[in-house]
Design a protein around this ligand. Structure first.
Ligand code: GLY
Length: 375
């Protein structure tokens, strides 16, 4: 394939996903090592929405009932974690409930999906710190921490405002986005992963190293979350400062890519020798670049759409498992948390999700999970 043929590729994806349904069964997949068998992680874990989300995307593209049937019960399974005695849901309810409850409601009109989506939005809004204008990321003693990944959770709030006609959710989302623009996005377009605030006064304290090499390095997946998240914030609000942030981050991301368009886990490694890639960052960025492409004037579109297609072509030709039918994932060479030594150079379900999402967008799929559906 010299150029990406989206319809042909979607047919390959469909055959692959049909096999995955049998292989994955009721598992909650997160990571697969080189042997290609997905683990079965807790439903509470932030990635639990991506496998059902992938199935809902396939339903949206093909209209085939078996995808809907396989995805149907997931939002009900996830909802139980709101009342689990030692439940630890946090700001990632956006990642969990947008690709389950919210998309289920959009695709089928299911009232329970609507209720669960709004329940999750209320929970996310409740994590807002009005002194610092940020959404608290995690639990425990990290009371004043926010992370760039949250830009992908706030579409849950934009959606909630649209569906309820109550602008409070959107106000919170925009205040958080403006804070992230101020302290998470650096002048050169790279991003900070974690930023900390005094939770009492709201004062910004410092950037903290997280899943990247160091506090001042450039974690490639964090960069992709920022790129995609700000593009979505623009799509929901029409505020051009968010689009400009998404473009600035995209320019950094694209300039820092290695030859084959699939990044290593951090863009600021002294040497890439022996270091793992992160194909999930590539997939998240590709799907986000397509959101930017939809937002810019026609003359600029090919810059972003072309970059997305180059990334997807490389993932398709070099990092996919087409020839490995027993492999339960689509992409290889994904890295979860290199500094902690976890989930390295294998397959991550969110890499698979955003790869399929990006191809679906190229096929004209409209019932968007994270972005608004606009005429
Ligand atoms: N949102 C956490 C991660 O990207 O690993």
């Amino acid at each position: 394939m010299d150029r990406l043929n989206a319809a042909e590729l979607m047919a390959r994806v469909e055959a692959k996903v049909d096999r995955m349904i049998g292989q994955i069964g009721d598992k909650c997949p997160h990571f697969a090592g080189k042997e290609g068998v997905y683990d079965n992680t807790s439903l509470e874990w932030w990635t639990s929405g991506f496998w059902p989300g992938l199935l809902w995307v396939m339903h949206g593209v093909t209209g085939k009932a078996h995808y809907k049937e396989a995805a149907w019960h997931w939002d009900e399974r996830l909802e139980r974690w709101f009342i689990a005695p030692d439940g630890q849901l946090h700001h990632d309810v956006g990642f969990q409930f947008l690709p389950t409850a919210v998309i289920k409601y959009k695709e089928t009109g299911d009232k329970d999906g609507l209720r669960r989506g709004l329940e999750a939005a209320n929970y996310l809004a409740g994590r807002f710190n009005p002194a610092g204008n940020f959404i608290r990321a995690w639990n425990g003693d990290r009371i004043g921490w926010a992370i760039v990944d949250c830009m992908m959770n706030i579409p849950l709030l934009f959606w909630a405002s649209e569906i309820s006609q109550d602008p409070r959710f959107k106000h919170i989302a925009m205040r958080h986005a403006d804070t992230a623009l101020r302290v998470s996005v650096r002048d050169d377009g790279s991003v900070n992963h974690i930023v900390s605030f005094d939770p009492e006064s709201g004062e910004f304290i410092e950037a903290i190293g997280g899943q990247g090499l160091a506090a001042d390095s450039a974690w490639s997946r964090g960069t992709a979350w920022g790129l995609h998240g700000f593009a979505l914030a623009y799509r929901w609000t029409g505020e051009v400062r968010y689009l400009n942030a998404a473009k600035r981050i995209a320019h950094y991301f694209l300039a820092a890519l290695p030859e084959d368009s699939v990044p290593y886990w951090d863009f600021r490694l002294e040497s890439t020798d022996g270091e793992p890639r992160d194909s999930s960052a590539a997939a998240i960025a590709a799907s986000g670049l397509l959101e930017i492409a939809e937002s810019v004037p026609a003359a600029e579109r090919s810059l972003y759409a072309g970059a997305a297609e180059r990334i997807l072509l490389s993932l398709t030709e070099r990092y996919a498992t087409w020839d490995l039918p027993a492999h339960e994932a689509i992409l290889t060479a994904a890295t979860g948390h290199r500094p902690a030594g976890n989930f390295i150079d294998g397959s991550l379900i969110y890499g698979d999700y955003y790869y399929v999402e990006a191809i679906a967008k190229l096929c004209g799929w409209r019932s968007r999970v994270f972005a608004p559906v606009r005429a």
